[in-house]
Design a protein around this ligand. Structure first.
Ligand code: C5P
Length: 221
């Protein structure tokens, strides 16, 4: 049984992909099963926290005791998160949010012609970055899925998004996406730890313990 590291604490987790619609039937999305985010929500609840999970479209059931809010687009994820983050102790951004969306969303299904189709895309809001700008921000944990320079890119995001901690993982060699096992390099200012390859629920428990320790140290500093 997990110890109640987070008793009395509130934790907000984002998980899963987002969908950015071109028209009522077509969207841009990305490879994310939501497994890591759901495992983190489950581990935080096991550790005694009050957990809210903001989730993009996935096929997973919400973990016991976790309050789930379902969203589809990056904009909805950002709005739902900004509404609920007030007063939260810890924010963990595990969602694989789409970085771009179609500039225009057609009200009716786009009819195919004989020519090709060019899509114009614009940036979506970055939820984590926006929370990082709040005056009263929670303890912030981000994720970085990288195909190269894991620690350099992870440290860059740690600094640029104003995070307390970042969990970086490789997405090459069939790792990271959709699979049940993963490995994480957890970075913070002045330190790091490797969480070796393990089932996502076990990794999530390890990460939640680290988050609790660092949040506690910051809280009592
Ligand atoms: O996409 P990127 O590599 O910058 O993602 C790093 C972190 O930022 C992740 O924790 C992800 O959940 C978060 N993020 C976000 N909103 C976005 C893009 C990324 O919250 N639009």
């Amino acid at each position: 049984l997990t110890e109640p590291y987070l008793a009395g604490r509130s934790v907000l987790v984002t998980a899963g992909p987002t969908r950015e619609y071109l028209d009522p039937v077509r969207f841009l999305s990305n490879r994310s099963s939501g497994k890591m985010g759901y495992a983190l929500a489950a581990a935080a609840a096991e550790a005694g926290a009050e957990v809210t999970l903001i989730s993009g479209p996935v096929t997973l059931e919400p973990p016991p005791g976790v309050q789930r809010v379902q969203v589809e687009s990056a904009q909805q994820m950002c709005d739902a998160t900004l509404t609920r983050v007030v007063g939260m102790d810890i924010f963990v951004a595990c969602a694989a949010v789409a970085d771009y969306r179609p500039t225009r969303q057609a009200a009716q299904k786009i009819k195919k012609g004989s020519q090709g189709l060019t899509l114009e895309l614009e940036r979506t809001p970055d939820t984590l970055e926006q929370i990082g700008k709040l005056a009263d921000k929670p303890f912030m944990v981000g994720f970085a899925a990288e195909t190269e320079h894991l620690e350099i890119n992870g440290r860059h995001k740690l600094n640029s998004k104003g995070l307390d901690m970042i969990a970086a993982n490789w997405i090459k060699q069939g790792r990271g996406f959709e699979v049940d096992d993963n490995a994480l390099t957890v970075l913070w200012h002045g330190g790091k730890v490797e969480l070796p390859m393990a089932p996502k629920i076990q990794l999530a428990r390890g990460l939640i313990k680290l988050i609790a320790e660092h949040h506690h140290a910051k809280d009592s500093a």
